[in-house]
Design a protein around this ligand. Structure first.
Ligand code: NAI
Length: 465
């Protein structure tokens, strides 16, 4: 076994780990990055990027099915799932090779293997070659894995997680989704768009419990249009494997019920990935949710050991992991930097999309924060109508005293892009007046942000405020 040392050892090459590695190397640190799999982590290999590639194909297929409404005629449209998955893999492979190229260019030593702490300062790597690494600083960025509910029958061959679905070339006729959270709803829309009959079984009274109630209720109506059946207040209790399919048993409104299907997607959350990391040989503290405990500087309780991303279980979002990585590296470099979670944007890639940043009306009420809100309909925007997005709308919230914007929620086309301008405004303490004085290009959906800012002062031009 070879003993090597480095300024910085990063365990896990997902959007937390690889971003930290490139950033640290560019700042002059000698970096070792370890991962048992290809770089990119869940996000690039089995999560964000592949899912969004499938969303694109699913939406394109739906657009083709409805092309007649736009005066375009397509005879017998069909799709080839194997090709769709190949296309998704091409996108993923291109991004991964790009990251590998950059790591190499910036002289990050990439080691393929499993990392396990020997003690607070040394890490053993087992792979094709074995190493014992001693580094001045260590960042744990091992991510998360699918959470399993403790019920009978989950080991059935008919039960899969989202990572398996991403490579599934044979679509089922019927799929039951356990959990109407982000993963459950994104896959429900993808599969239903390709004609699969989808049932979503959600424990709580509504899907996407983390978003504004009005938004999740509205999304449920769109789901219905795509023949997605949503059962809320329903708790899955058992999976029964039958000869050719599975029977999902659940409690619904006090009654025992069951629904047959060809495939079951388990999407009830993700948990920090710390298996095999040898944390028991260290004094690193774990929190009650099994995440590695960190402070706002991403430091664990052990000097020179940091943790970032899903393994901390603070916010399971790739862009949060990347930013936490930069905060950790800056602290390693001697800057005093803290992570601020107040204005983190989040996008749910259903059809329509939902994007949020900052405070919602519900949070403001709960935290007794004064707020003013404006609701801007997409039907007031030319580009949104061209895109067929008239059902969308945006809400902007501001503090009535400081006049600063404090929240934005968008339901509709282009929401993933639109949320960026709202995030920039909120993060930088801009007021509605600042946005009113900003010129937005026409015709774009972004003009809705300007309209919203105008509407907060009852100056909207294109809708009644
Ligand atoms: P989630 O926490 O979003 O949703 C899980 C859902 O399962 C909850 O609504 C819960 O009430 C329900 N549930 C739990 N036990 C149940 C049972 N026995 N029967 C029925 N329903 C049950 O978890 P999800 O969707 O697996 O996503 C994991 C993480 O991945 C999320 O925290 C999210 O932040 C991240 N993610 C983000 C994406 C994005 O930013 N676009 C995309 C996909 C995932």
């Amino acid at each position: 076994m070879e003993r090597i040392s480095a300024d910085l050892l990063i365990i896990g090459a997902g959007p937390g780990g690889y971003v930290s590695a490139i950033y640290a190397a560019k700042k002059g640190l000698n970096v070792i990055l370890v991962d048992a799999k290809r770089v990119g982590g869940t996000c690039l290999n089995d999560g964000c990027i592949p899912t969004k590639a499938l969303v694109k194909s699913a939406e394109l297929y739906q657009d083709i099915l409805h092309a007649e409404e736009e005066g375009i005629y397509v005879t017998n449209p069909s799709f080839d799932m194997a090709k769709i998955i190949d296309k998704k893999d091409q996108v993923k492979d291109k991004l991964i090779s790009g990251i590998e190229y950059l790591l190499n260019k910036y002289e990050v030593k990439l080691i393929k293997g499993l990392a396990s702490f020997e003690n607070d300062t040394e890490v053993l790597i087992s792979g094709d070659e074995n190493y014992l690494i001693e580094a001045s600083d260590i960042i744990i960025a091992t991510g998360s894995k699918t959470k399993h509910i403790p019920i009978e029958g989950l080991d059935s061959k008919f039960v899969v997680d989202s990572e398996v679905l991403l490579n599934n070339k044979n679509l089922p006729k019927t799929m039951n989704v356990i959990g109407g959270g982000i993963i459950g709803m994104e896959f429900a829309f993808i599969y239903a768009s390709f004609g699969v009959t989808v049932n979503v079984i959600e424990f709580l009274p509504r899907v996407l419990p983390g978003v504004d109630k009005e938004f999740s209720m509205r999304l449920m109506r769109f789901a219905k249009k795509l023949n997605i059946t949503i059962l809320t207040n329903a708790k899955v209790t058992r999976i029964e494997e039958q000869a050719d399919n599975a029977l999902v048993h659940f409690e619904h409104k006090g009654k025992e019920k069951s629904l047959e299907c060809d495939l079951v997607l388990e999407a009830v959350g993700r948990v920090p990935l710390i298996d095999g990391l040898g944390l028991e040989k260290t004094t690193i503290e774990i929190d009650i949710h099994n995440g590695v405990k960190v402070d706002s500087r991403m430091k664990t309780n052990v000097k020179n050991v940091y943790a970032i991303g899903d393994v901390t279980n603070i916010m399971q979002l790739a862009h949060v992991a990347s930013h936490q990585g930069i905060v950790a590296v800056d602290n390693i470099l001697g800057k005093d930097k803290e992570m601020d979670y107040t204005n983190i944007p989040a996008v749910i890639f259903t059809t329509p999309m939902i994007a949020t940043v900052g405070k919602t009306e519900a949070i403001c009420k709960e935290e007794e924060i004064p707020f003013e809100v404006v609701k801007v309909p997409y039907s007031a925007n030319g580009k949104a109508l061209i895109l067929g997005g008239e059902a969308g709308y945006m809400k902007l919230l501001r503090n009535p005293d400081s006049k600063k914007l404090i929240g934005g929620m968008i339901f509709g086309k282009d929401a993933d892009n639109l949320i960026a301008s709202v995030t920039v405004a909120i993060t930088n303490g801009l007021t509605a007046h600042d946005l009113q004085e900003t010129i937005f290009a026409h015709p774009t959906v972004q003009e809705l942000v300007h309209e919203g800012a105008m509407g907060l002062d009852h100056q909207a031009i294109h809708f009644l405020d």
